[in-house]
Design a protein around this ligand. Structure first.
Ligand code: UDP
Length: 238
């Protein structure tokens, strides 16, 4: 199969169908725009499992996603989309770059979710952009952007209570959307939702259970990913 794209954590291959792609999760981990690198056995498998579980939950909640079917533990068939080069971040609690850019202290609760946009461009270090930049750069129309924002908030309204049920606080997360190759007027959720792209803190201990364990050398990275997956699987089956 022809490799179409290799990212930091996933590969995308062509399939025999033009409207479908094969997505493969890798065990590679990167942070700080690729400066810090490592490999974690089973990360690909765990991220695919959690991402699938969450996407199925979102589908049930009326959020269309790119997921079509599973091939094996690290590979799924997804709908072919043109990725919109805007990373949509939703925050419930202050952390990460928000604290570096503003007066917020890590852990401060936000009164209402904060939505931010970042330009998906590694060479530029994914700078934060606003709705006017998005319009001027022709990344999305204002109509599409309004959809991205309402979809992101809807996703937060589904994921936040779900994670709370598992004893995890959904601090923040990053989403990517794409236009269907067969119908560019339809926008669906793409990419992944995993501890690589979310901040999740244990409700009772405050322990970080996400990629910050790798970013900040806190240890037990995969143990935390496995725990998040186990709690999510238990919550779905309960
Ligand atoms: N995030 C991501 N990919 C990126 C940048 C951020 O998945 O390229 C996620 C990150 O894991 C966190 C949220 O988006 O859950 C907000 O990230 P932030 O802006 O705080 O940046 P960070 O300090 O994590 O680089």
């Amino acid at each position: 199969m022809k490799l179409l794209y290799e990212g930091k954590a996933k590969r995308l291959y062509e399939t025999e169908r033009p409207d479908e792609l094969l997505m493969e999760f890798k065990d590679d981990a990167t942070a700080f725009n690729g400066e810090k690198k490592a490999q974690f056995e089973n990360k690909g498998r765990m991220n695919q499992a959690l991402s699938l579980l969450l996407m199925q939950l979102l589908e049930k909640g009326g959020v269309p996603t790119h997921f079509v079917r599973t091939i094996d533990e690290i590979r799924t068939i997804v709908k072919a989309v043109e990725i919109i080069k805007v990373e949509v971040v939703v925050r419930n609690v202050a952390a990460g770059s928000l604290c570096n850019r503003t007066w917020f202290k890590e852990g401060e609760a936000l009164k209402a979710p904060v939505v931010e946009y970042f330009l998906k461009d590694d060479d530029l270090g994914d700078p934060m952009i606003n709705d006017d930049h998005i319009r001027e750069l022709n990344l999305a129309t204002l109509h599409e952007l309004a959809f991205l924002k309402s979809e992101a908030l809807k996703i937060n309204d589904i994921l936040k209570p779900f994670f709370l049920k598992t004893g995890l606080k959904l601090v923040d997360f990053k989403l990517e959307f794409g236009r269907l190759s067969t119908d560019p007027s339809t926008i669906i959720l793409a990419d992944e939702i995993s501890p690589d792209t979310c901040r999740l803190w244990d409700v009772s201990t405050g322990e970080k259970m996400d990629k910050d364990r790798f970013r900040r050398d806190l240890g037990n990275v995969m143990e935390s990913y496995a725990e998040v997956l186990k709690r999510a699987e238990d919550a779905v089956h309960s």
